[in-house]
Design a protein around this ligand. Structure first.
Ligand code: IPM
Ligand code: MG
Length: 360
């Protein structure tokens, strides 16, 4: 049976890194007869330039029809000045997440032993690091109403957003996190700001209630400011972390950097049936776009996650991950993970090396 994969290159380095992930997917598709059918569509700034809006109807329809979606990245300075927030690249990404109900965002931060020295933290602080951040992705302050930007009496400008969760939204992401913790180190840390924000008082209450269903998982709570500090102080204390949309956005960047480079980290955004969109944790990096120096490994590893979670092809995912590990063993490094004695390669050379490793 064929499986439809929608590829959304997006902006900045997106097209370059996605091209490498496509090479890898096409190779494994041929090797293992996976029956993947790849097609592409526009999203983000690329879609604004071509159609005037960041999420064209054709893209949304294709996303709904696909079995899984692989995204590069969206955004860039040329679109940042539009006063109409609906015509920003990020709205394309947020639109797909919310319209497809992709509420469960899994962001693993794993340190490859080969890269222990690429981290800005001491090797003993990060070696063996294996954290999973579970971020709520379709609610919270990113989507809460009312929101807006207005001018008050007297010409004073005011911006406002609403941080809101209902208990059902908290419970469903809580379940994703407890299940994930159960399948790995059995420790879950829920991150909130319950000393200040009522919405997270509810968050904490619901996590405590859910805990009754998962007595085998150890549950702890941490305020987000402390969690940020603990992530850089002693990150190995964490196994699975669960948090809301905005805190998860921030903490996952911090966790990513513990591993040496945000250029290594994949992510999955899943609905209740494990249909999902897969994307690197990093952004569109407009400052290095078009130079052939971006690291394609996060996108390649996102493709592996896609095979495992949405396309029922766990063995193919294992093979891609092993191939990535092999190219690191061959001392090949893009600029972001370069260190002394290693061989620096371009974006496409890195993609080719993974393809070659798959063929061995
Ligand atoms: C992420 C990104 C997005 C987010 C942006 C591009 C809208 O930072 O996926 O972490 O804030 O969710
Ligand atoms: Mg982010």
């Amino acid at each position: 049976m064929s499986k439809k994969v929608l590829v959304l290159p997006g902006d900045g380095i997106g097209p370059e890194i996605v091209a490498e992930a496509r090479k890898v997917l096409e190779t494994i598709n041929a090797q293992m007869s996976l029956g993947l059918e790849l097609s592409e569509a526009l999203v983000g700034g690329a879609a604004i330039d071509a159609t005037g809006i960041p999420l064209p109807e054709a893209t949304l329809t294709a996303a709904k029809e696909a079995d899984a979606i692989l995204l590069g990245a969206v955004g860039g300075p040329q679109w940042d000045t539009n006063p109409d927030f609906q015509i920003r690249p990020e709205k394309g990404l947020l639109g797909i997440r919310s319209q497809l109900g992709l509420f469960g965002n899994l962001r693993p931060a794993i340190l490859y032993p080969q890269l222990a020295h690429a981290s800005t933290l001491k090797p003993e602080v990060v070696s063996g690091l294996d954290i999973l951040i579970v971020r709520e992705l379709t609610g919270g302050i990113y989507f809460g109403q009312p929101r807006g930007y207005r001018t008050k009496e007297g010409g004073v400008r005011e911006g406002f957003n609403t941080y809101v969760y209902d208990e059902n939204e908290i419970r469903r992401i809580g379940r994703v996190a407890f299940e994930a913790a159960r399948a790995r180190g059995k420790k879950l840390c829920s991150v909130d700001k319950a000393n200040v924000l009522e919405v997270t008082v509810l968050w904490r209450e619901v996590m405590n209630e859910l805990h009754a269903e998962y007595p085998d998982v150890e549950l702890s709570h941490m305020y987000v400011d402390n969690a940020a500090m603990q992530l850089v102080r002693a990150p190995k204390q964490f196994d699975v972390v669960v948090t809301g949309n905005m805190f998860g956005d921030i903490l996952s960047d911090a966790a990513a950097m513990l591993t040496g480079s945000i250029g290594m980290l994949p992510s999955a955004s899943l609905d209740a049936n494990n249909k999902g969109m897969y994307e690197p944790c990093h952004g569109s990096a407009p400052d290095i776009a078009g130079q052939g120096i971006a690291n394609p490994l996060a996108t390649i590893l996102s493709a592996a996650m896609m095979l495992r979670y949405s396309l029922n092809a766990g063995e193919a995912a294992d093979r891609i991950e092993a191939a990535v590990s092999k190219v690191l063993d061959q001392n090949l490094r893009t600029a972001d993970i370069m260190s002394e004695g290693m061989r620096r390669v371009s974006t496409s050379e890195m993609g080719d090396a993974v393809v070659a490793a798959l063929a061995e």
